[in-house]
Design a protein around this ligand. Structure first.
Ligand SMILES: C[S@@+](CC[C@H](N)C(=O)[O-])C[C@H]1O[C@@H](n2cnc3c(N)ncnc32)[C@H](O)[C@@H]1O
Length: 264
């Protein structure tokens, strides 16, 4: 079997596995959490494997393949949400695992704003803070900044607040089920981070132009090419509104980051 055929076969394998887990979760059947974590780890290695990058460039973008890619992106993102919710539920029972999780993403968050670092005077928003709001905790802990998380999912809001109450009670973190238009602090915000798995992140970015101050800095997490199997990719922005000030590529991580500022 040719390498590209094997690559596509693996995509179908992941697609089947993700659908199975989502189906179990939707029908209140027991999700094998360890199996799900292993699957996510395998998928992450698959996405960051240089060899697979070559195969990606050879696949023909037929209607079926495009649908498969979209399914993988949407379903892997739902599976990440299931993992985050589980991690929040078992908090206190499995502390070691949580420490590992922290260590894993630490490096990436540290480099998130490149030369435009967050400090104790900063006010930061994360769009899509999730049920296990690791980014909020890390940013607030390391910089002393005031941090706000927003999410559209009630359960993620509820669990996110619970995790913060357990791990970051001493930190300036608030989590709200609000849109960017509903946040009253918006004009004072210095940094905004977008979770890579927010599907309409570029529509929200466009909206932010009118809502934010002139110096606001945006960190847009994204994944192009092979990484678009796990992330919503980069899109064109209105050139009269936003300009790219830095691109931070994480070869060993599942997402990359683009920094935008307003066109002055
Ligand atoms: C993978 S999780 C969060 C990231 C992770 N907890 C972190 O700290 O990096 C993505 C979250 O984005 C949320 N989300 C999706 N679309 C959104 C939107 N339009 N606005 C706000 N949150 C959104 C989902 O409900 C989910 O909880």
């Amino acid at each position: 079997m040719k390498d590209v055929d094997l690559f596509i076969k693996k995509l179908h394998y992941f697609d089947k596995k993700f659908k199975l887990i989502i189906n179990q979760n939707n029908n209140d059947l027991k999700v094998e959490y360890l199996e799900l974590c292993e699957l996510i780890d395998k998928y992450s290695s698959f996405i960051t494997n240089r060899e697979n990058e070559k195969h990606w460039n050879y696949i023909k973008q037929s209607i079926e393949i495009i649908a498969l890619i979209e399914n993988l992106r949407n379903n892997s993102s739902v599976c990440i949400q299931i993992v985050e919710k589980h991690r929040a539920f078992v908090l206190g029972l499995e502390n070691e695992e949580i420490t590992d999780y922290f260590r894993n993403i630490e490096d990436c968050i540290e480099k998130e704003f490149g030369d435009f670092q967050i400090n104790s005077q900063s006010k930061v928003i994360m769009v899509g803070s999730g049920a296990f709001p690791l980014t909020l905790l890390m940013v607030a802990e390391r910089t002393g900044a005031e941090v706000f998380g927003i999410d559209i999912d009630d359960e993620a809001i509820h669990l996110g607040r619970y995790v913060v109450s357990r791990l970051g009670r001493h930190l300036a973190i608030q989590i709200e089920k609000k849109t960017v238009g509903e946040l009253t602090v918006m004009k004072q915000i210095s940094h905004i981070i977008f979770s890579s798995t927010v599907s309409n992140k570029y529509a929200i970015l466009d909206q932010l132009y009118a809502l934010t101050n002139k110096d606001v800095l945006i960190a847009m997490r994204y994944g192009n090419g092979l990484k678009s199997l796990f992330n919503y990719p980069k899109q064109k922005v209105d050139e009269n509104k936003w300009q790219i000030v830095e691109e931070i590529i994480h070869p060993h991580n599942v997402f990359d980051v683009i920094l935008y500022q307003k066109v002055q």
